[in-house]
Ligand binder design. Structure first.
Ligand code: GLA
Length: 391
């Protein structure tokens, strides 16, 4: 599905009998820096051209009525006295944002909200952050309040952590809100500062979906973050100056090896080396050294697979196939892991042929029809709102 603005606006008018204002938030792909965000580390994602559209209009009855075109379902709640009551339902994301806004002291009156998106779900491309940020933009627009990037990202993360109940970091909400076209965004997840980095025109980013499902809200992601937290707390208590894993070196980790489980040691080693790779990837981009960037991606994949144990057989196959193709500089699993997508750095002239060849070889090896997209670094929700002016 490709979401069309005019259609979503028209459907909103037909359903709710009111002109709505339109907001949009993209999806994202992470180029490098996986599972580093929730220990204050470094990440380098970019926004991509899949979107959630949100159309909002006020209503007089004090209710939030939210329609999802993707699920063709409507939910209605009383806004007054809204409690933290997740239902394990798609509406937890927009309702969580409403709840999170209230925690920040942003009072929102009655509204009708239509959501429609073309972000592949469960693929590790941040369909949830896209819904959260689109909702936040729409509700902030409704009450005519402007918030800075950091605050929007933080309140959307809070919705996901505290309302939905997923232990995710800040990366997705931050890049979905603040990305800028033609740029990757290196984020320092402790300082909540960022640097925009150019991607050389000689390369394209190609995403390949293994079609194996991934879900942040369930099991494995949470157990990884617990294993990491356990290692981090050992480092914090034994190594002066280490507050977050971000502060630790491999020497610190080695020194504490006997005090933590083998699993925590490996998870922390992934994160410490991954933070180093993000910095090296930044240097490579600034030099225009795409070969080095690709090499770092391959290393990052091995670390996600071996130390973090967050890959999946099908995804490893996709990476292996990718690296055999002409023009492929690097390939790795992207996002939370346990399935989902790979991100590939490919010579621009070879990108379309690469996508086709990977699809074919993956089907031969696994019987699964992968989806592959050649992507451009796209605008985040704030840039989109500024450019188009909310309609
Ligand atoms: C998910 C989470 C992010 C981040 C990645 C892994 O996308 O939402 O916060 O932790 O996994 O890098």
């Amino acid at each position: 599905m490709k979401v069309v603005e005019e259609e979503v606006l028209l459907a909103h008018r037909q359903r709710f009998g009111a002109e709505g204002r339109l907001y949009a938030a993209p999806a994202r792909v992470n180029l490098i820096g996986e599972h580093t965000d929730y220990t204050g580390g470094l990440v380098m994602p970019m926004a991509i051209g899949f979107h959630t559209l949100a159309v909002v209009s006020p209503r007089e009855d004090g209710r939030a009525v939210i329609y999802s075109a993707n699920f063709d379902e409507e939910v209605a709640i009383e806004i007054a006295g809204l409690k933290r009551e997740p239902r394990g339902h798609w509406s937890d994301y927009p309702v969580g944002v409403l709840w999170s806004l209230a925690q920040e002291g942003v009072a929102v009156g009655g509204f009708s909200l239509s959501l429609a998106g073309d972000v592949p779900v469960g693929a590790g491309l941040s369909s949830s952050a896209s819904v959260e940020v689109a909702t936040a933009m729409a509700l902030l627009g409704l009450v005519r309040k402007e918030l800075p990037l950091k605050s929007i990202a933080t309140l959307c993360r809070r919705a996901e952590n505290e309302y939905v109940g997923a232990k995710s970091g800040i990366m997705d909400q931050f890049v979905v809100t603040g990305a800028v076209r033609e740029r990757a965004m290196m984020i320092d997840c402790r300082a909540l500062e960022f640097e925009l980095l150019p991607l050389p025109a000689a390369v394209k980013v190609v995403i390949c979906n293994s079609m194996v499902k991934h879900a942040v809200a369930t099991g494995e992601y949470g157990s990884r973050s617990d294993e990491v937290a356990a290692g981090q707390s050992v480092l914090r208590s034994l190594r002066p100056g280490v507050e977050l894993l971000r502060d630790a070196t491999l020497a610190d980790l080695e020194a504490c090896k006997g005090e933590m489980s083998e699993v925590s040691f490996l998870r922390c080693r992934h994160i410490i080396t991954e933070n180093g790779r993000v910095l090296a990837a930044r240097e490579a981009l600034l030099r225009g050294d795409v070969a080095e960037f690709g090499r770092l991606m391959v290393e990052a994949h091995a670390s996600m697979r071996d130390d973090f144990a967050a890959s999946a057989a099908e995804v490893d196959t996709l990476v292996e196939i990718a690296l055999q193709q002409k023009g492929c500089l690097g390939a790795r699993i992207t996002g939370g892991g346990f399935g989902g997508c790979t991100v590939n750095l490919v010579a621009a002239a070879e990108a379309e042929r690469f996508a086709e060849a990977v699809r074919e070889a993956y089907r031969e090896r696994t019987g699964i029809a992968a989806e592959c997209f050649v992507c451009e670094p796209s605008d985040g929700a704030l840039a989109l709102a500024k450019k188009e002016g909310a309609r």
